[in-house]
Design a protein around this ligand. Structure first.
Ligand SMILES: *[C@@H]1O[C@H](CO)[C@@H](O)[C@H](O)[C@H]1NC(C)=O
Ligand SMILES: *[C@@H]1O[C@H](CO)[C@@H](O)[C@H](O)[C@H]1NC(C)=O
Length: 284
């Protein structure tokens, strides 16, 4: 008798727990549909990608709710997801196209009940550019400097693992250009492109600047390299103008200079002076 009672109570508990689990997961996951047709779209902007989706089909009892989307994305293999909450149906950001991209989005509903909100399961998408050629065929040691906040110059070294007929080409894009544009003034060494002198760049600061250097050869595929930076972070100012040194007596030396010419405001500069009396020890 005692045994039977115990069994029945256990069974009852199991049933209640099972039912409860089912209700709570039904509220959180099942009822709200995820966004539809989630896609990662590459319009050829060398790393600026659009993540876009269509609204979920909503059941009648959610019609009153306010709808938001939580979007998470990262480069493949990256540690941290970037998280965005938006009411829009797209988002755009810059990605490192040397790697793939993964992203997911789900629907968030709020203000439809007095309790907590609802969320859907995730819609997921991944993207990878078609990377041909093996890693050794990439350019080496890319270096870009924005001289005096006026002239952008990039240079690179050739890979030593490519056929003799290989040449490289640089393309760039930033928000404001219609399409990815090829460098029109290469720096050439022994018939090969080893750098680019950019033209005047209009409204190009404080936004992502995207570069792709790809290559071609008749006998093998050459791996493309992608870069993203912001121009104001790679500025190298000119040295001060008109440096003049006046020796008044052995204890009194005047050093004067002018602010370097160009678009950088005088208040942005600080100067460093190196002094030596005997050419062997220098003082800062
Ligand atoms: C939430 O809704 C339930 C059922 O509609 C109602 O009984 C309850 O009073 C509400 N609570 C609040 C805090 O509005
Ligand atoms: C190099 O990249 C540009 C811009 O994306 C593209 O138009 C061109 O076809 C590419 N060239 C090669 C050889 O892959």
């Amino acid at each position: 008798m005692a045994f039977i009672n115990l069994d029945a109570r256990c069974l009852y508990t199991v049933l209640i727990c099972g039912l409860f689990n089912c209700i709570s997961s039904f509220n959180v996951e099942m009822k709200v549909n995820p966004p539809r047709d989630f896609q990662i779209i590459d319009l050829g902007y060398l790393g600026c990608l659009y993540l876009q989706w269509r609204p979920p089909l909503l059941l009648d009892n959610f019609k009153e709710c306010s709808v938001e989307y939580e979007l998470k994305y990262r480069n493949l293999g990256g540690e941290r997801w970037k998280t965005i909450i938006t009411t829009k149906l797209y988002y755009k950001d810059g990605f490192d196209l040397n790697k793939g991209v993964e992203a997911k989005v789900h629907t968030l509903l709020s203000e439809c009940t007095n309790g907590s909100g609802f969320q859907s399961s995730w819609s997921e998408a991944t993207y990878r550019t078609h990377l041909e050629g093996n890693l050794e065929t990439k350019i080496q040691d890319m270096n870009c400097i924005y001289y005096n906040w006026q002239y952008l110059l990039c240079s690179w070294n050739l890979s030593s693992h490519v056929p003799l007929d290989t040449n490289y080409h640089l393309f760039y894009w930033y928000d404001g250009l219609d399409r990815a544009t090829e460098c029109d003034k290469y720096i050439i060494f022994n018939g090969k492109n080893i750098g680019c002198k950019f033209p005047y760049l209009k409204s190009s600061d404080y936004k992502n600047f995207y570069i792709c250097v790809n290559g071609s050869s008749h006998s093998m595929s050459i791996r493309s390299s992608y870069f993203i930076f912001q121009l104001q972070n790679i500025v190298k100012p000119l040295p001060p103008d008109h440096l003049a040194l006046t020796v008044k007596d052995s204890n009194d030396i005047d050093l004067k200079w002018d602010v370097p010419k160009g678009p950088i405001p005088a208040r942005c500069f600080i100067y460093e002076i190196l002094l030596s009396e005997d050419n062997s020890t220098w003082v800062v």
